[in-house]
Design a binder for this molecule. Structure first.
Ligand code: HXC
Length: 290
């Protein structure tokens, strides 16, 4: 993989990654540390946090893991107090922690709905507000990056609470970009397509056949790599993207756009076969058999 960033791109930053012990959060935490940042990760389970911290330290990076359930406003406050006590003022926040499962909407219980909405929407708001308050009080700049999804815009069957919460995250990003922009605080989001992390795959990928179908929907014919999101996130947290505010960056190999185009199904056929069909449709086609 090309490595074009300066090795100190994120030096002098203390970056919090929620849900940083596993999946995309872990990949981002590793990359930020690799680019010079001091990192604090949180999550409900201490074990993955400890593992990721150990991996960062093994590479010479600086990291701490502090257990926290982002659904709980008091825990979030205590988390930021402790993170700053241990590693100094937080300068960047990545709202990555997410919950999701596939379910027919009529079968979702209030607890199931709460588990998703409270993790994704409440958790993102609590963490963002906690950072925003600190930055405003200190009169310092800051950047918030939230992980949304492409179906925040379109909606999606069978993941309705996730779609609702991610749409809320996009609305928060755009609203606060306007409200806090003049105070030096930027907010952006990434809207990923499917990324094969353990957490997402075990809940959202029913089997090999479905996985193949999902892959074929993507114009570049592959899933994204967590390290690719980590690079994009590094750019979005750095001063390289200093003029970007309120943006939702789609990062899906073209999947969402391809799902919308009426004639995109042709791209799943061999190109020569498509051309032959198209030639037959031409008014000057010599084929007048119909
Ligand atoms: C219906 C379900 C369910 C399912 C759980 N519930 N799984 N209902 N279908 N598959 C219900 C339970 O029955 C319970 O309701 C309620 O949800 C809470 O479940 P618990 O297990 O008690 O709670 P909790 O430990 O908080 O678990 C939350 C969780 C779990 C969301 C269910 O999956 C989780 O913690 N996930 C975190 C990690 C994660 O989801 N990662 C994937 C994000 S990927 P009752 O009424 O019985 O008490 C992602 C990518 C999107 O979002 C883009 C993809 C393309």
């Amino acid at each position: 993989m090309p490595d074009d960033f300066a090795s100190d791109l994120l030096a002098d930053h203390h970056i919090v990654v929620t849900g940083g012990g596993t999946g995309l959060g872990r990949a981002m935490a590793l990359r930020f540390a690799d680019l010079g940042a001091t990192v604090t990760i949180n999550g409900r389970r201490p074990e993955p946090l400890a593992e990721t911290v150990a991996d960062i330290e093994e590479e010479g990076g600086t990291a701490e893991g502090i257990p926290c359930n982002v659904r709980d406003a008091n825990e979030v406050q205590a988390f930021f107090d402790e993170a700053e006590e241990r590693q100094g003022p937080v300068t960047r926040l990545v709202n990555n922690a997410a919950a999701n499962f596939l379910a027919a909407t009529e079968d979702i219980s209030p607890n199931g709905f709460d588990a998703i909405i409270k993790t994704n929407l409440y958790g993102t708001f609590y963490c963002t507000q906690a950072c925003g308050r600190r930055w405003l009080e200190r009169d310092t700049e800051g950047v918030v990056l939230s992980i949304a999804t492409t179906y925040a815009e379109t909606g999606s069957a069978y993941v309705v609470p996730s779609a609702m919460s991610k749409a809320g995250i996009v609305a928060m990003t755009r609203s606060l970009a306007a409200e806090w922009g003049s105070e030096g605080i930027r907010l952006n989001a990434v809207a990923p397509g499917p990324f094969p992390t353990e957490g997402a795959w075990e809940r959202l990928m029913p089997g090999d056949e479905f996985e193949q179908m999902m892959r074929e929907r993507i114009p570049v014919r592959r899933f994204g790599e967590p390290e690719e999101i980590a690079d994009l996130a590094s750019f979005l947290l750095s001063d390289l993207s200093g003029y970007m505010n309120g943006e939702v960056v789609t990062f899906d190999g073209g999947e969402a756009l391809a799902a919308g185009g009426q004639f995109n199904a042709f791209t799943r056929m061999p190109r020569e076969e498509v051309k032959s069909i198209l030639n037959h449709l031409r008014p000057d086609s010599s084929d007048d058999s119909e």
